[in-house]
Design a protein around this ligand. Structure first.
Ligand code: MD6
Ligand code: FE
Length: 199
């Protein structure tokens, strides 16, 4: 996609059944919820997390937290199926030694979108981000280092993994409003797993 940003088509397909079984367990312990931004807007994307740290937003700001604010309990552990896939994808993309401590799980229903943003809440920008797409296809908006740079558009399909780091780590990006459809395994939704090293 750009220097430091690689799209691995179908990379997650061989383990889709394991991923979805583990996802079901996570969502039972930490259900999807629509978080509120510091500006007071409820996000159209529903979120949960697994791993030692989870990304959260509320009226006070964005942060990583070891506990789910809804339950007060630690986020569910990152299952080996998730961790191994993320580490292998990073390796494949040329980022050896990636060891994620956070996995943000996004659920898009038709019409949900993610406006252009930078992933900048992590301590260390040396580690890449690994982003797994499952379910309905989406249009990934991939911009530059300035908000005003016109984004390019990439189609992300079930099983695709985007890995980006190095010179691409702070590029603006987002997801266009999800088109309606029906996916054989996931129905009317798209799930995105985003692995990061937060600390
Ligand atoms: C999504 N992804 O794919 C939203 N961020 O649903 C992201 O915000 C993202 O895909 C950083 C790197 C890759 C991503
Ligand atoms: Fe992002």
């Amino acid at each position: 996609m750009a220097e430091g940003a690689v799209l691995l088509h179908g990379f997650a397909k061989p383990v889709e059944v394991d991923l979805l079984a583990d996802l079901r367990d996570i969502v039972e312990q930490a259900p999807f919820r629509h978080m509120v931004t510091p500006g007071g807007h409820q996000m159209s994307v529903a979120m949960t997390n697994c791993g030692g740290l989870g990304w959260v937003t509320d009226r006070t700001g964005y942060r990583y937290d070891a506990d789910d604010p809804e339950t007060g309990k630690p986020w569910p552990a990152m299952p080996p199926s998730f961790r191994e896939l993320a580490e292998q994808a990073a390796d494949h993309a040329g980022f050896g030694g990636f060891s994620p401590d956070a996995c943000l799980i996004n659920r898009y229903q038709p019409g949900a979108r993610m406006s252009l943003h930078q992933d900048e809440d992590e301590e260390d920008f040396a580690a890449p981000i690994v982003s797994v797409s499952l379910g309905l296809p989406a249009i990934f908006l991939f911009g530059g280092l300035k908000r005003s740079d016109t984004p390019r558009r990439f189609r992300l399909q079930h099983g695709d993994i985007a890995v980006w780091g190095g010179p691409a780590r702070l590029r603006f990006h987002g997801i266009a409003p999800l088109a309606d459809g029906e996916h054989a395994l996931l129905g009317r939704q798209r799930i995105n797993l985003t692995f990061r090293k937060a600390l």
